[in-house]
Design a protein. Sequence first.
Length: 262
Amino acid sequence: MKYFFYLAFIISHFFFFSKSSAENLGLNISRIILASPSNQDSSINFVFDNTQTLLISLLAETGSFIIKNQRFNLLEIDAKDTLQFNSKIMKLQGLHFYGDFYISTVKQWKLFIYENYWSEPYGWTNNSISTCGGINMLGGYGLLSGGEIMKEFTEIPTHSVIRIVANYHYIDAWSGETGFMRVNNGKDKTMEYVWTEKHDFSKGANVTSICGAKYPENKLTTNIDLTFPHSDTSLVIGFGSTLDQDPLENSFGVSNLQIYLK
């Protein structure tokens, strides 16, 4: 009788553990350590259908961490904490990074400043904003005409190249005057012209008055996109024009200001 009891006990526990394993279909482990000899990689190799592989490895020779398929490294983090993606297509719901970012071997621009002027900014010598058509801008009709507005951007992270992107807007009766942008990248940080463009509102046909006075805007927007060497922790940017009339006659505005670093 006692042998029958032992057998029943074993069978019942066998089915209990089998059922538990079938339901979990896996193994829960709180910690795994792969401790290879110093001259060998520490790796986990996933194989599917004997044809597709995915290798996760810490390389002994370089100290790099890689994720690799059968063709090339999909992801690599080197000993200097540089992250490199080599995939042709990368889909992300969100991305936050605070160091250098590479696609293949190409270092990418990092967005440092974005001002859209949906609300009043700070730090400019004139912080007034307006709307022309559907564009929110710094300055604009009745606000900015001749002269220049400036702002200093500080606490810029380590970089060697800077890129400035912005939209410059010509409003109303420009008659050959010049819009310009300056930055303090001259000798002893003097202000230097880095972009200029003349505009004449009368040079267009079948144009429309978009905002401001009765004069039509035959060229409301021009894009500024320039790059230059820069490594200082601060940068002064100025936008201006050679207009010399009342801002109700002709004016300018700036929108979509972006500063990128490399």
